[in-house]
Design a protein around this ligand. Structure first.
Ligand SMILES: *Cc1c(COP(=O)(O)O)cnc(C)c1O
Length: 426
């Protein structure tokens, strides 16, 4: 991109005018992909890290599965349409996005449940160790699931919480069985160095389980090359699989022979249709399946994953960095004196594809933004969170979003009763 020499660029190298930002869009190699999404007109969607946008093809694909496969072919579709292999088929496509080898990734269950299965399986691989290391500011479901599992196992285990800002590597010792870590923290946006921390865990003989909810589909990943033991992640965020889409799990092939799942449902059986009275796990990644796969939801997820595979990950990441930098630069330019406190790392390269800003009136400010067609979200207690999905966002959306934010804050137009009303989902 030749934007650095543009006359409209200020000392920071960022565009100073909306016109210059439009030129960034004009030479964005990913710009054509936006058309593959059904975004409502006038909507600036900065919440793709919570619920990804709807691909145009999803409705037709799911409709075909409903009418032809379910409606007409009925139960024969388990074989004929390959429903039975969907978790592996979609899993392997996700595997390509995260740098896994074929046969190491499954699309199944929710992130919470996959974390439970893999954490239990990992603990069994380190039976003599007594400690699980987790970041204290981790997405709560990871903490809750670990707490529930360890509770079930009696008082054998310590859940060691690493306080925000403290070194994860220093918390790992010879008693650590497993480290559970979100690759990108959902709130601060901190991006942890995957290869480095995986190696730190291995140096102590521990295993590592990465939660890729906020990095799969937006940050280049190479789980196999980085020696990652296990990973989980979401289907409904940057993979655009739809609300409540199945999640995914990754288990390195080197571990698969020794792994056993705590949720020994029939779909993980070596021969589900032998209907044997005793459980005997499959000898490959399928041993981590539990019950019948959600065919409609997996079909929708497959569309989102196929779209993500169309975009070269280095281009996606480069655009993510630029969207983040532009947003932060515009906030500095327009809102220097406002009571906004940037939260998380200053350098775009040290964060995920999101920006968080603290403000005592975060909730009503976000409601005022949403009323203007700019959607982000709020994370307790006072954090305005903006996510940047490079497949469908334009640079001009970022420019306009900050203009709206500035108007709302500088004129205090958030200060109205209708913007203060609480909601269940934030
Ligand atoms: C969104 C998210 C989840 C969600 O888990 P579900 O089981 O799908 O509800 C888990 N972990 C992280 C880090 C997340 O950001």
């Amino acid at each position: 991109m030749s934007t650095q020499t543009d006359a409209d660029h200020g000392a920071t190298g960022l565009p100073d005018t909306r016109e210059a930002v439009r030129r960034w869009d004009a030479c964005d190699p990913l710009a054509p992909l936006r058309d593959a999404f059904a975004l409502p007109a006038g909507q600036i969607y900065l919440d793709g890290n919570s619920l990804g946008a709807l691909p145009r093809e999803t409705a037709a694909r799911v409709q075909a599965v409903i009418e032809a496969q379910w409606g007409h072919d009925l139960v024969s579709s388990w074989n004929r349409a390959g429903w039975v292999d969907l978790p592996q088929r979609v899993g392997d496509k996700i595997g390509r996005l995260i740098g896994a080898r074929p046969g190491e990734t499954l699309a199944a269950d929710s992130t919470s449940i996959n974390l439970y299965k893999l954490l239990a399986a990992a603990l069994r691989l380190r039976p003599e160790r007594r400690c699980v290391v987790v970041a204290a500011d981790e997405f709560p479901t990871d903490l809750y699931m670990a707490e529930g599992l360890l509770g079930l196992l009696g008082d054998r285990y310590e859940l060691r919480l690493v306080e925000e800002g403290a070194s994860v590597a220093d918390a790992i010792d010879r008693d650590t069985a497993v480290v559970v870590l979100g690759h990108v923290n959902y709130r601060s946006g901190v991006l942890y160095p995957m290869a480095e921390l995986t190696e730190a865990a291995h140096r102590q003989g521990a295993l590592i389980l990465w939660d890729l909810a906020h990095s799969a589909g937006v940050i280049p990943l190479s789980v196999a090359a980085d020696g990652v033991d296990f990973a989980v992640g979401c289907g409904y965020k940057y993979l655009n699989g739809g609300p409540g889409a199945p999640a995914f799990l990754y288990a390195a092939s080197a571990h698969q022979a020794q792994l056993s799942t705590p949720l020994s449902g029939w779909f993980g059986h070596a021969q589900p249709f032998a209907f044997e009275p005793r459980y005997r796990g499959a000898d490959d990644i399928r041993k981590l399946l539990c019950g019948t796969p959600p065919v409609l939801a997996l079909s929708a997820l497959e569309v989102g994953v196929e779209l993500a595979l169309q975009a070269p990950m280095d281009q996606v990441h480069a655009k993510s960095l630029r969207l983040v930098e532009l947003f932060m630069g515009r906030v500095r330019a327009r809102l220097r004196d406002a009571a906004l406190i940037p939260f998380g790392p200053a350098a775009a390269a040290e964060r995920g594809s999101q920006v968080c800003l603290r403000h005592p009136q975060a909730w009503p400010i976000m409601q005022a933004l949403i009323a203007r067609g700019v959607t982000g979200d709020v994370r307790a207690p006072d954090i305005l969170r903006f996510g940047f999905a490079p497949l469908y966002l334009r640079y001009v959306d970022v420019w306009d979003a900050v203009e709206h934010l500035a108007e709302i804050i500088l004129t205090a137009s958030w200060d109205r009763p209708e913007f203060r009303a609480p909601r269940t989902v934030t």
